[in-house]
Design a protein around this ligand. Structure first.
Ligand code: F6R
Length: 261
């Protein structure tokens, strides 16, 4: 079962996950992180930046793989995930640019981009800790409902609901790309530790389905139930539809500190 942690704020969520990431880097300087974009992971990146600032460690060998990228945005588009990762992760944390990878969404060279990304993850020794958000459709990465649990990095079509949700980042809703290239659920499931975060009432139904619903391709988030090490970090609103919430609080409250997440 996934470990469910309910925290009082996004900041607390960010600090909890950042502390775990920091411990990983201290133990293994070339740790491989799986990086989500969107709003949800920002408190983690902010807490990591603060941690590295107040107590510097060598992050020059840290490696990272983003979950996904839009297809067909012009190079350098400020809302391409390459640009977001460069800004919010590489620059903000002082990472080595060549160590941080984003799937290639360039239309001209799209063929083979998924397989190349899979090879790069494998060559890096796999992902140690994968940061995840979840969409209102239940998507992980951009694996919309129906995605195979065995899928690998490939091109997908964004669900209308996901395009509408991401319209806030673009001048008009029509500017949101219709296609993306995303790590598959099979790729995500190979990461050694999944850390899924969600904040706000809009995410409560997707979280309940992912954690407690049937395991089904119709709810991509439910793929986490097939993984042996998952931490789900939620605020109260995102946790509100969990049937066994009291039990999860009890488990967390009684967890030995040495176990970490
Ligand atoms: C982002 C990603 C998506 C988002 C999800 C939630 O790389 O793969 O699955 O995590 O759409 O987005 P936010 O965090 O903006 O609510």
């Amino acid at each position: 079962m996934a470990e469910i942690v309910v925290v009082e704020s996004k900041r607390a969520a960010g600090e909890l996950v950042a502390a775990s990431v920091r411990r990983l880097i201290e133990a293994k300087a070339d740790t491989v992180l799986g990086l989500a974009t969107g709003s949800t992971p920002l408190p983690i990146y902010a807490a990591l930046a603060e941690s590295f600032r107040s107590n510097p460690i060598d992050v020059s060998r840290l490696r990272g793989f983003a979950l996904d990228e839009y297809v067909g945005l012009p190079p350098g588009h400020p809302e391409s995930y390459r640009a977001v990762i460069d800004r919010d992760v590489v620059a903000a944390l002082g990472l080595t640019p060549n160590n941080i990878h984003v799937p290639n969404g360039d239309l001209a060279t799209l063929e083979g981009a998924g397989a190349a990304y899979e090879r790069a993850i494998e060559a890096a020794g796999g992902i140690d800790l994968q940061i995840l958000g979840i969409g209102r459709t239940g998507h992980l990465g951009f694996n919309e409902p129906g995605s195979s649990f065995a899928s690998r990095t490939r091109v997908k079509t964004l669900a209308p609901k996901s395009r509408a949700d991401n319209a806030r980042f673009f001048p008009t809703p029509d500017d949101v790309p219709r296609h993306c290239i995303t790590q598959g659920l099979g790729t995500i499931r190979r990461a050694r530790h999944l850390v899924l975060l969600a904040f706000g009432a809009d995410k409560a139904a997707a979280i309940a389905a992912a954690v407690e619903g049937p395991v089904t391709a119709s709810q991509p988030g439910s793929a986490i139930q097939l993984h042996e090490h998952v931490t789900v970090v939620l605020d109260e609103a995102a946790a509100a539809q969990l049937a066994n919430l009291d039990y999860y609080r009890y488990i967390w409250a009684n967890k030995p500190a040495w176990q970490g997440i």
